[in-house]
Design a protein around this ligand. Structure first.
Ligand code: AMP
Length: 219
């Protein structure tokens, strides 16, 4: 049976996870995040916890096996959406040899956001170390600058939102994903969406481009 398979790709803070969830609701397919699959492992081994915290990749076999098991569930029969997979060329090869069949209809949706916008989005995030409330200097400012609306504590930057860490995360993203984008492009399966719009507009563009591709509409 032919399935629709959508890969959502994009840099940190591109909103690809949100878009994958919206598309999943719209088409009634499961959105499967490889990061979530890992985090939900009841007995997540210590070495994986450390890799996740450090932003390093977990070994391919673990991820491939987890994914294969998840995809064996019946809710993936007509289609599914992947968020966070593949992350390198060996996972890409695995996907095309062990997951995707000749009948499947595949698209990779790149939610494109410039590096400058990633710095703006991540660099502007603040949180309250006391109550955990989240803010953004531009998109969700606190009422008093630098002060939590709920508990009047001083707001802080998350350690992984510091400029040098953002630079590292972006570098890793470009190094790993640019070669995969070329492969998808060669296969004629890459769709690029402008991610620098509001969430609803990005979703509209996703739906419109998929409708153009295979007349895809809600299931
Ligand atoms: P994410 O939720 O997609 O940001 O993933 C969180 C973390 O899980 C990553 O930083 C990696 O440590 C791990 N991870 C998620 N997906 C993969 C993958 N496809 N290959 C290897 N590691 C992954």
């Amino acid at each position: 049976m032919s399935r629709h398979i959508l890969f959502f790709i994009g840099p940190p803070a591109s909103g690809k996870g949100t878009q994958a969830e919206l598309a999943a609701k719209y088409y009634s397919w499961p959105a499967i995040s490889s990061g979530d699959l890992l985090r939900r492992l009841a007995d997540l081994p210590k070495k994986y916890q450390a890799a996740i915290q450090a932003g390093h990749l977990v070994d391919d076999q673990t991820i491939n096996d987890l994914l294969k098991r998840r995809l064996a569930q019946p809710d993936t029969k007509s289609g599914f959406i992947l968020d966070g997979y593949p992350r390198n060329s060996s996972q890409f090869d695995y996907a095309y040899h062990h997951i995707i069949t000749a009948e499947d209809k595949v698209r990779a949706l790149e939610i494109k956001v410039s590096d400058e916008e990633v710095y703006r989005r991540l660099g502007g995030r603040r949180f309250c170390p006391h109550c955990g409330a989240g803010y953004h200097l531009i998109y969700k400012p606190s009422k008093r600058e630098g002060i939590c609306d709920y508990c009047s504590n001083k707001l802080e930057k998350r350690p992984d939102d510091k400029p040098q860490v953002i630079t590292e995360r972006l570098k890793l993203y470009h190094e790993t994903m640019e070669p995969l984008k070329v492969l998808w492009q060669k296969r004629g399966e890459l769709i690029t969406i402008n991610g620098e719009q509001d969430i609803a507009a990005v979703h509209q563009d996703v739906v419109a481009s998929l409708a153009q591709w295979s007349g895809l509409s809600p299931q």
